[in-house]
Each structure stands twice: as structure tokens, then as C-alpha cells.
Design a protein around this ligand. Sequence first.
Ligand SMILES: Cc1cc2nc3c(=O)[nH]c(=O)nc-3n(C[C@H](O)[C@H](O)[C@H](O)COP(=O)(O)OP(=O)(O)OC[C@H]3O[C@@H](n4cnc5c(N)ncnc54)[C@H](O)[C@@H]3O)c2cc1C
Length: 823
Amino acid sequence: MEMNSTTDTDSVPARARVVIVGGGVIGCSVAYHLTKLGWRDVVLLERAQLTAGTTWHAAGLVVTGTFATETTINMSKYSRDLYARLEEETGQDTGFRPVGYLQIASNPERVDKLRRISDFARGFGIEVAEISTSEVKEMWPLFETNDVLAGFYTADDGRANPVDVTMALAKGARMGGARLMEGVRVTGINHAKGRVTGVSTDRGDIEAEFVVNCGGLWAREIGLMAGVNVPLHAAEHYYLITEPLEGIHRDLPIVEDPDLFSYFREEAGGKLMVGMFEPVAGPWGMDGIPKDFSFGELPPDMDRLAPYFEAALERIPTAKNVGIHQFFCGPESFTPDMSPLMGEAPELKNFFVAAGFNSLGIIFGGGAGNIIAQWMVDGLPPDDIRAVDIDRMLPFQGTPKYLHDRTVEMIGWQYISWPGLAPHTARNARKAPMHDRLAEAGACFGTSAGWEFPLWFAPEGVEPKVSYSWGRTKSFAYTAAEHKATREGVVMMDLTHMSKFLVQGRDAEKVLNRICANNVSVPTGQCVYTQWLNERGRIEADLTVMRLAEDRYFVVAGDVIHTHVESWLKRNTPEDAHVAVSDLTSGYVILNIQGPKSRELLNLVTSADVSNEAFPYRSMQEIDIGYARVMALRLTYVGELGWELYVPTEFTLHVFDRLVEAGADVGLRHAGLNALETLRLEKAYRDYCHDIDNLDTPLEAGLRFAVDFDKPGGFIGKEALLKQREEGVKARLVQFLLEDPEPLLHAEEPIYRDGVRVGYIKAGGYGHTLGAAVGLGPVANEDGVTPDFVKSGSYEIEVSGTRYPARASLRPMYDPKGERIRS
Ligand SMILES: Cc1cc2nc3c(=O)[nH]c(=O)nc-3n(C[C@H](O)[C@H](O)[C@H](O)COP(=O)(O)OP(=O)(O)OC[C@H]3O[C@@H](n4cnc5c(N)ncnc54)[C@H](O)[C@@H]3O)c2cc1C
């Protein structure tokens, strides 16, 4: 094999534009793609040999028909197509063979889920065919199919040889001018003034403009060298290879049987490989990953794994009659949410990370390298990266115990997916002070960014326990009741998880007004809804900015963009500006009082005048409740009269108790975030990271009203947005309501306009007031989308293989004139 190995005497270059740390599939893919984009001065450093970490022992499944987000579909499809053509380009075979990919469904919920995913995938050119039980049997005659209800088959998917894939990428990178050095260990990340400046190695230092951490299992430790949080943890990962088994041959499609947590494929010589994603996994490497761990295996835990493999072999009974050739256990890294960690580290400029691939590093490798390279070259990512961006993580998620405990659950998530699925491990550490009061009131808690918050409240005698389904869960009725109470009475919701920042200083107004697309030069006490845009005019954050004083603003955004908002703000504040940013997330609890009777409730607990005249919509005042002073914002995310109360944390229980006590007289109910979601969807309020993301502009997202093109000084992204305004948009986010009250929308359901697929539902829920499922999704059209185009179409939404007629609207279907919120 042609190799660009170094010897002990080779020294590292003194300087390079980019240093990539790690020579697994990811590092080699980043190197390859950077050279494709014309960056030649690229050096990759590998401590041992290429592929020596995790890559060498991967099973090599390269599949697309299983992914449920646009980004994961794009990454996997890109990889598959790249691996199919790399040999032609480099002369190095990747071993890719499109033997086909079959997913087995053996219960009705799984059929429903796979149907939905197949509907979605087809929109991206991935042909997933639903096949019958007898067709499954024909494809894999050795299978026991008594319990099989259906199969889902993607003919173009298949398998590759991970070592050959990596070598082909490495060869392509070298052909493009990159230098790949083996036997060089990175021992330090050098930086100055918040920007990376290079690396130290066991063969000397390299100055570099960019450093990319592709260190696989070691990526967390490499991050720590520079104070960068890379939350991932290694875990044991298993497959078993039998002795040759009659009927197993190289052209059999690879199979995933999610209900048995396993996958099957042929292994050279007519053997059978059975791979496992067990629901209770074994974390590994708690004392650090050994520095010299190369081409390593781990001692398998037979006792723990035996029951899973025994269950899996029920699918192929004859396999029980042959011996086990190999019981393989190797380490792979997993992240707290089973999504990779990609992008520029928020802590350090020009330090990129591509790690934590959760056993999908071969499938995603090509696509991930492509995204990272474009991101580095252009300064912005080419894809919707909100679910993979490393800056979604928070510092606490890098603690060893959190990672260890969460990893136990994550491996199994490969095959477990439900609408609203939330982890049950590593919970109950980040709680608002009234958590126990809410639990006593029957709260069923969900989690995001570590916060515990009520999803719904169980009535007397009902256990507040999560249950999952693609259909209606038992909490459907409880959420409906909370929804109704919000529309007709008054509810209290916990919104403490929102991220909150104080921005203050002489230049606060000037700096914020440049970052915000809306105008924040408003009188003190006014709240402004705004987006932050990048130079392309695309949305980086969606938030509320309140003016507290001439030189002081309060900025509130969603929990999952906490770190992103903070780093975006800091990076777009000129060095000499007189502005300080403080994170006040822990300083305030948010009690959200909503509903037509919320004024009545506030009147019972405050001496402040909360009439419409004294306290208009979108204004803010400090008011008293009991002995406390709280910031009250007349805002709503549900479409009713309401106030968000920002309570200093230490006063929480006092204020909470006052509200509950007084609330008894006006029928106050607790409501959870499931109701918040159904309420906001009826009002078509946007939710960043769900129905809008970093690829949308405010014009496409229907947020033109929140952009001030005329304010002095402009704003970041204005020029791009003006150009789009002139040219017209090619997609518009639209609200949909099914005509049939029965089917449910959960997201990803395809949208058809006059029979032509134009997008998919980005966020869906049940419109308990509107009387059917409601969702937000784009209507896209290459020749442009005008309001007339949207209005003149006839729409259907595809739910689990059936198309249902739907109404479409650019204005909120609930209270389109916004009269209720101003009442
Ligand atoms: C049993 C098993 C089966 C799998 N099957 C599949 C599959 O079928 N499909 C799929 O897509 N994925 C699969 N995977 C997952 C896949 O193997 C990984 O996601 C992928 O290999 C990760 O690649 P990487 O480049 O991030 O990490 P690695 O391959 O581990 O590369 C990281 C490299 O960094 C180097 N390094 C570390 N520290 C330093 C340092 N200080 N200086 C220099 N170099 C350093 C290491 O030596 C290593 O070579 C499987 C994994 C396992 C364990």
C-alpha cells in the first residue's frame, strides 16, 4: 500500500494553514475535502497509524434509508455516493458494494415509524420500498419471519471497507497536496487571545491558522488541552461473527432489526456478522483513554451481552448451530444526544471539532468532512447544522460522571426513536427551585439542555409517567385540557430553561442594533422580537431583547442556543466597544402566566396597574408580588393575554406560592411544555432549531415584520436580505392544518402542493382549538414563492404512507389579527 509514513527522523513543518489531529476516517475526510476546495497547506497528524483508533474495526454499513433529518440524510447520501466513486478518482478501492439495505418491522409502531421515515427519505432521492413479509423471506431465506409485519428496502445502500475508505480519502488528500504524517502525537493546542495558533507535538511545534480536532475517542482530552468542551465518552461496542453458515453469501443485503437491537451482514467466507446496539451499554475508559491504544480490542463482557445476542439469533435459528468465530468488542465514542459534535468550538476561534460519531462515523464520514471543510473555507456551514453544532453543548455536559451515566443509554438510541423521546439517564441535576412543588402537582418532567421542566400534569390518581407512541399517548387528553385552560382561563408554565443575558455598557445599544435585524433603539421598558443574522442573511438566533435602561438590555433565547448566542454576541462585539455580557440564566426563574384571566390573577397578587393602558403588549415593568420585585414582560408564545414573570431565583417559592394561592380564586392551572408547543403551533409562532434554522432567512420564515431595513447603521446580513427581497424568495414557511382530525403530525411529513412535493413539516402537533393536527413547513418552488402561489395551491400532507388534504395559511389560523394578545 502506498503510504506517506513518516520515520522517526522526519520533523514536522514549522507552519501550516491547517493542522488536523487524528487519522481516522473523519480526519482523512476533512483533509480530502479541504484540498478539494483548494487549500493545499494541510497537515494531518496521526499519533499511531491511519485508522488505528476506531475506524479499523467498523462494520462498514453505509446506509441512508434510516435517517430522519435533512442533515443526516445529506451526510449519509453524500458519503455513499463519494465512496462509490472514490476509486475512479484515486485508484484506491473503498470496498463499497450496493448490496441493499433492509429494515425489519415486527410491530405496528415500528411499521408506522419506518413508513414515515421512508416517506421523508424519498424526498431526498432515496428510494425506500416497503416490502411484504414474504419478500423479506425471499431476500433472507434464513430469517424466521413469523413475527415480521413488513420490510423497508433501500436498493442503493450497502457496505464498504472502512480501512479502504480511509485510505482512499487519505490518498485523495495527498493527491490534492495535503501532508499526512503518522507516528506524530499532538501534545498541546496553542492559542492566544481566544484564537488557535497551532499545536505542539512530540516532534516540535507547528504554527497554524486552523486546527481541527478529529481525535475520535481522544477528542475530549484533545479539547481539554485548549479548554474546549468536547462532551463524548467511549463505550464498548460489539459484534459477533459466526463460523461459516450455509446460506450466507456476499450479495445478501445488510439488515437492521431494531426491535432486536441488532444488525446482520455477511462476513468474508460465508460467515454471519451480528452487530449490537444494546439498550443498556457499557461505558469504557473512565480513567482516560490509554495513550498507546492502537488497533485495540476490549475484553468482551459475555454475561452482559449474551442475552441480547441470544435474542438476535432467534431471527436466524440455524446460526445457533454453528460456532462463534469471533466475539468482538471495540471502543467507540458517544455523545449525550447521539448526534455528532461538529463545527468551530465556541471557546476558541478557528479550532474546529469533528468527533463523537456514535457508531456512524463511516456512514457520515464523507458528508461530515465535506461540511467541515466548507465551513472552514467559507466561514459558515453549508447545511442546517443546529443539531450537530458543538456549540449546542453546555459545560456541565463535559463532566465525566454526566457523560458516563448518559452513555449507558445512548447506544440503544440508534434503534429507539419516538416523537419527543427524552433520555432517562443523567437527569434531575438542573432544576428550578419550584421543581418539587410542580412534582407534587403531578408534573411529568421532560428535559432539554439538562433542565427538568413539566411536559404535562397528571390528574389525581394518574401516574405522571412518560409513554411513547406514533399515535396518541395517554397524555394527549391531559395536554388538551391544559391547552383549553390556556385559551379560556389562566395557566402557569415553567420557562426557566430559557437562556438569559444582561448586555450592558455605553455601546450596548449600538452593538446590539448592529447584531439584531430589528430595531432595538426603543424606549426603556420595551421588548423587541428579533433575529440575529449572518452575512448571508440567514438566521443565527431568534430572541427577545428588552431594554432595561439607556445602557442595559436583557436578551432571552432558547435553551439549546445558549452557548451559540453568547459566543455570537461576543464575536460580533468590536474589541474596543464598551459592552459587557453576563449570563444571568441561573439568576431568574421564569413563571409564564397566560390566558384571558391572567390579568385577573395578577391583580390579586400585585399592587401594580396591569391594565391594557398602563401595561401594554410588548412592554416590561418591574412589579411587586408579595415581598418580591419581579420583572414582568407582557409577552406571549401561546397567543393569549399573558405575562412572563422573571423572578430572582431566591424569591421563587415565595412568588410561586403567592400565585398558586391566589390562583385558586380564578381557576389557575399548571400547564406543561407539551401544551406550549400545541398552542404556539396554532398561532404559528416560530421555534428556532425546529421549524427555522441557520439556512432560513427572515423573509423565507415569514418574519419580515421583525426586520427593520431602514434603521440607521443597518445590521449584519442586511445586504444579502435586501438582495433576496428584490429577487423574491424560493421558499416560504407556511402553517398547515389537516382536514381530517385523526392523523397526527410529528415533523418530517412530506407536503404536496397540487400533487408536487414542495417541502416537509418541520414542526407538528395537535391543534386542540383548531380541531386537527397543525404544522409548520416550507413551500418551496425554484421559480419563486409568492403569497398567491401559496394561496392558489391545493395541499396534502403525507402521514405514514397516506396523503391527507390540508389547509395552508401564511397568517396564523388562530386569532389571525392578534386581538387576544392585545386585549
Ligand atoms: C464495533 C464497531 C462497529 C462499527 N460499525 C460501523 C458501521 O458499520 N458504520 C459506521 O458508519 N460506523 C461504524 N462504527 C463507528 C466508526 O468506526 C467510527 O464512528 C469512526 O471510525 C470514527 O472515526 P474517527 O475518525 O472519528 O475516529 P478514529 O478512527 O478513532 O480516529 C481518531 C484518530 O485520532 C488519533 N489521535 C488521538 N489522539 C491523538 C493525538 N494526540 N495526536 C495525534 N493523533 C491522535 C487516533 O490514533 C485515531 O487514529 C463502528 C464502531 C465500532 C466500535
